[in-house]
Design a protein around this ligand. Structure first.
Ligand code: NOJ
Length: 716
């Protein structure tokens, strides 16, 4: 349809029909079973008639179900406006890929685009039109369970990866490519900065930091064409996002130039009441519609109040018209008016969902996301060695992560299953050990296996419910039963390789004496195969942390791109009056960008082709990277800068570019980066974006703490 036809359609709608379009409810309202309908229907005051005016539905899946519902809906909808189906396809539909924090550790835009394309295809054939992804909230606090949904702590990495998600989901032709789906970027804004790492908590953040660091992920997704934005549950500087006019109108619409649909998070409009900025559902509706929220997810403030508010002259009907038009445009962009069932297709669903091809790609991406944190010559394993495989993660199929709605753990591959495909010299625990308790029987068996073995693979971590939404932890250590197991095993066999399944950076001091540590995150359906191939060196690890691991929870929030203080610790660590703790270090245990390989990569000869950079010109920074080993591997070469003197304090380092390179054994390669004036711009105190003339340090290395450095001058 053309835009003027959509405008005409809005004009033909009654106020009731328009307000109905702004409501989103869950799929169970449309269930065929009457008893399921009565519960939620009666609780939310939704009548049978209302169902056929509602604009969108959350959580429908399955081609036949979506086709059935759409058919029934269109039969009863007066103007034949199709129903829109949305869902949380976060890191895969049924083929589950690693959690987003792990995807961040791939630093690989192609892989993320590929995972999003596959997720979109599986979802689209199952009847879904929109995904609530990517979540691009920048994160600094591993106590917050939702760090698992983010790609990490860095604005640049988040920004390039968020674009890759959107490209993968939406393709370059959303309308005609019925196997693509629309992308909803979330949670706008700054949800990752919740105070104390406690979910749903307040966010108090300077506008400077908001603009410079936190907006980058959202703004890049928008530039890439993301069709929707979801508001966040939190306040931003005293005003909940869902009723925050400045945030949604000034920042999102005006500055970031977003002209798509804004949807509230689940219940967030009504939550304006407990937040304490609205006294009633009527007030909440007024605040949210004035702020620019188009769709209200799962509460009925709009439904119950917008008509009255308009009739009583408290809000303009044009506000509702604009929201409805945006929703109809989204439906039109998806081609739903012409093709209301879009990609839904039962045959394809059977053939492609969880296909061998999708599983193979999931394995490849899991491998790229796994980070080797420590290796004192214990890895890779050889299939000649006798290896004990014990610990709660050994047989665990709880490896999909908290946002794997349609993923089934019984379709996942455990570590033991993966290892058995490679070696027959394994001593495998017969127990499905708990992550929280250790029986005498389990301990005794573990000790006896460990004693006999050359090396021990001890699989530890978190269960998936321990991260994700509403899963903040104040203590980010491993549970005591796991530490006890580690300590006892260490006494009989010190050659311990700890593998970890978890959704956040952890405090790993309790297993500090492990000779090897492999961070596998929640690696998805093919996790056990991916991890096993890394342990045996069939795949050479290449993942690099996208979020720092603190040395202690007391350092949190900890992130590499912090500001210098007036009393920097590094200048004189012995001095009392410097910025430090009395009892713990200032440094991350494993910093942003860190990750080992079975190769040894060395960096040398950092150089710049011109020590002075002029506007409209560029300089080339080059470094030689050598693979000093007899196996090939992948290295992620990272370039950071530091603006030595700025109008506002600049971070001690900022990632500005990176290159993922493949090196043959013993290969020495020159890697070059271009730097230009635009890359040196930042947000000034008056919120304008520009660069300062003067000296810059450029650092190139294998992570945010190990690098070579050189200086240049910006002379515009
Ligand atoms: C609440 C979560 O915050 C959000 O990320 C999700 O997309 C919605 N629920 C819908 O399930």
């Amino acid at each position: 349809m053309k835009r003027d036809e959509l405008i005409k359609l809005v004009k033909n709608m009654t106020l009731y029909e328009k307000v109905s379009q702004l409501l989103q409810i869950t799929a169970d309202f449309y269930s065929e079973y009457a008893e399921e309908r009565t519960g939620p229907l009666s609780d939310m005051g939704i009548t049978e008639d209302d169902l056929y005016g509602v604009g969108s539905v959350l959580g429908i899946s399955g081609a036949s179900e979506s086709i059935r519902i759409q058919k029934e809906y269109l039969k009863k909808n007066r103007l034949k406006i199709p129903l829109l189906f949305m869902a949380d396809i976060i890191h895969g539909y049924r083929t589950i890929f690693p959690i987003p924090l792990a995807l961040g550790c791939t630093w690989d835009t192609n892989s993320i685009e590929e995972m999003a394309r596959i997720s979109a295809k599986e979802a689209a054939v199952s009847g879904i039109h929109v995904t609530f992804s990517p979540m691009v909230d920048l994160v600094h606090d591993p106590r917050w369970g939702r760090v698992m949904e983010s790609t990490g702590e860095d604005p640049l990495l988040n920004s390039v990866l968020s674009k890759a998600f959107v490209r993968g989901y939406q393709s370059d032709n959303l309308k005609d490519n019925i196997y693509s789906i629309a992308s909803c970027v979330k949670h706008f804004a700054a949800y990752g900065a919740v105070s104390g790492g406690r979910d749903y908590n307040s966010v108090d953040l300077s506008e400077l930091k908001l603009r410079e660091q936190y907006l980058s992920g959202y703004s890049s997704a928008i530039q890439e064409g993301a069709k929707l934005v979801m508001t966040s549950f939190n306040t931003v500087n005293g005003i909940p996002s869902t009723g925050n006019k400045w945030l949604l109108k000034k920042i999102l619409r005006e500055d970031l130039k977003f002209n798509g649909t804004i949807i509230s998070d689940w219940g967030a409009v009504k939550e304006l009441i407990p937040h304490g900025v609205a006294a009633s559902k009527r007030d909440a509706a007024k605040l949210a519609i004035n702020a620019g929220v188009d769709i209200e997810m799962m509460t009925t403030c709009y439904k119950e109040n917008l008509e009255k508010l308009i009739k009583e002259g408290e809000i303009e009907e044009s506000l509702v018209d604009e929201s409805v038009l945006r929703i109809l445009e989204l439906k039109n962009d998806l081609g739903l008016f012409e093709n209301p069932n879009r990609g839904a297709n039962e045959d394809l669903e059977k053939n492609i969902v969880l296909s061998k091809q999708h599983r193979d790609i999931a394995k490849k991406i899991s491998q790229q996301s796994i980070v080797l944190l420590k290796n004192e010559s214990v890895l890779p394993l050889s299939s000649k060695e006798l290896v004990a495989v014990i610990g709660p993660g050994a047989h665990s199929l709880d490896i999909l992560g908290a946002w794997s709605w349609k993923g089934k753990s019984n379709e996942a591959v455990s570590l033991v299953e993966g290892m058995k495909k490679i070696s027959d010299r394994l001593l495998i625990t017969k127990f499905n050990q708990s992550y929280f308790e250790l029986s005498d029987e389990e301990l005794n068996e573990s000790l006896s296996l460990a004693k006999k073995a050359d090396k021990v693979v001890l699989a530890l971590g978190e269960e998936s419910w321990m991260s994700g939404e509403a899963a903040s932890r104040s203590n980010i250590c491993l549970p005591p039963a796991q530490v006890e197991l580690f300590n006892k095993i260490k006494e009989v066999n010190p050659n311990i390789i700890v593998t970890l399944y978890n959704g956040r950076p952890l405090d790993l001091n309790s297993i500090g004496e492990a000779k090897g540590i492999v961070e596998a995150w929640f690696p998805g359906t093919e996790g056990g195969n991916a991890l096993a191939e890394i342990l045996f060196g069939i795949y050479n690890p290449s993942g690099k942390l996208s979020m720092s691991f603190p040395d202690s929870v007391g350092q949190v929030p900890i992130y590499y791109n912090c500001e210098n203080t007036g009393r920097p610790y590094e200048v004189n660590p012995q001095e009392k009056y410097v910025s430090k703790y009395l009892d713990i270090s200032n440094y991350a245990k494993y910093p942003f960008g860190y990750g080992l390989s079975y190769c040894k990569f060395t960096y040398s000869n950092l150089r710049i082709n011109n020590p002075v950079l002029k506007s409209n010109e560029k300089v080339i920074v080059s470094v030689d990277v050598c693979n000093e080993s007899s196996r090939c591997g992948v290295e992620i070469v990272q370039l950071y800068i530091r603006d030595k003197v700025g109008e506002v304090v600049r971070p001690i380092k900022e990632l500005k570019d990176f290159k993922k390179i493949y090196l043959e054994k013993w290969e020495n390669r020159t890697v070059s980066f271009e730097l230009n004036e635009q890359m040196l711009r930042y947000v000034h105190s008056d919120m304008t974006y520009s660069s300062d003339e003067g000296e810059f340090v450029v650092m190139v290395g294998s992570n945010s703490q190990d690098y070579l450095e050189i200086e240049f001058l910006l002379d515009k």
